[in-house]
Design a protein around this ligand. Structure first.
Ligand code: C2E
Ligand code: CA
Ligand code: CA
Ligand code: CA
Length: 279
């Protein structure tokens, strides 16, 4: 590029203002979506690796956009985090999940816990404990039915504050899961000190199983340490029978992935609650 010189307003180059405008439009649309609750929560099963029993359902949000249809979370969660719209959006999602659980319970279905994703921003700026406690009380959801998924990076701030926040959430009886484990830099002893119950090993490691030694070596090491520390291990993103067989032979506790089931709309869950997965 040439030196600025007279072109002092090169900042307003059309391409850039277009993308800025697109982001502003998107933020406005997101605000509208929150106001009118245009969100739908899908649920993906997590199952016991040896029995195929349904252990839990992960709540995964989608935006039902009036023109664009179903928008996946990676297209709006990052902007929601930057603009802090993730805070009111997160409240809506917790309300959705608790309402859904109470409806399934009223219908007499054998409900299982639901895990809710909480992003770093929510963790640092929102009162997570109050957010969950309020809705759980409103919908009379017992604490064993709610789990929270947080990434390692959310836990990287002030250790004292974080550990007291985590302890108070756990005091409600809510299970804590480490999401995308292996992509950050936390040590297992650190996570155990923070009273994390479950490690969800990132899909990147699962996809190596059967292809290279690496994935298997990683799982073997994590499993032996996690089990010694009393933590449960989940493999994320299981897509093939080969991956499943290896995870069974390694004694990985639980699995999640397209090979078992994709994230499903609420209407398809009652059928799932009453079956055991054949694995
Ligand atoms: P995540 O928490 O790591 O969720 C797992 C993602 O992997 C989901 O994508 C899921 O559909 C996908 N997945 C599951 N099994 C497989 C598989 O076998 N193969 C492949 N290729 N993918 C699989 P999704 O639903 O698009 O969500 C993406 C991310 O958006 C989530 O990653 C999470 O970080 C975020 N997210 C979703 N819902 C929420 C929410 O309610 N709140 C917050 N804060 N973040 C959310
Ligand atoms: Ca997750
Ligand atoms: Ca994950
Ligand atoms: Ca992720």
């Amino acid at each position: 590029a040439k030196t600025a010189g007279k072109h002092r307003f090169q900042f307003y180059e059309p391409r850039m203002s277009d993308s800025l405008k697109a982001r502003l439009d998107m933020a406005r649309a997101l605000q509208h979506a929150i106001e009118y609750d245009e969100f739908v929560v899908y649920y993906q099963p997590r199952v016991n690796t040896s029995t195929g029993e349904l252990v839990s359902l992960e709540a995964l949000v989608r935006w039902l956009h009036p023109q664009r249809g179903l928008v996946p979370p990676l297209e709006f969660i990052p902007l929601a985090e930057e603009t802090r719209l993730i805070l009111p959006m997160g409240e809506l999602i917790v309300a959705h999940v608790c309402r859904q659980l109470s409806l399934w319970k009223e219908a007499g279905l054998p409900v299982v816990p639901i895990s809710v994703n909480v992003s770093p921003r929510q963790f640092n700026h929102g009162n997570i404990k109050a957010l969950f406690a309020t809705r759980m009380l409103q919908y009379q959801i017992e604490s064993g039915l709610i789990e929270i998924e947080i990434t390692e990076s959310s836990m990287m701030g002030e250790q004292e504050e974080i550990s007291s926040e985590l302890r108070s959430i756990r005091a409600l009886g809510i299970k804590l899961l480490v999401d995308d484990f292996g992509t950050g830099y936390s040590s297992l002893s650190q996570l155990q000190r923070l009273a994390m119950d479950v490690l969800k090993v990132d899909r990147a490691f699962t996809s190596e199983l059967g292809k290279s030694e690496e994935g298997e070596v990683f799982f073997r090491a994590i499993l032996s340490m996690a089990h010694a520390l009393g933590m449960t291990v989940v493999a994320e993103g299981v897509e093939t029978a080969t991956q499943l067989r290896i995870l069974q032979s390694l004694d990985c506790d639980e699995i999640q992935g397209y090979f078992i089931a994709r994230p499903l709309p609420p209407a398809e869950i009652p059928r799932i609650l009453q079956k055991r997965f054949l694995i």
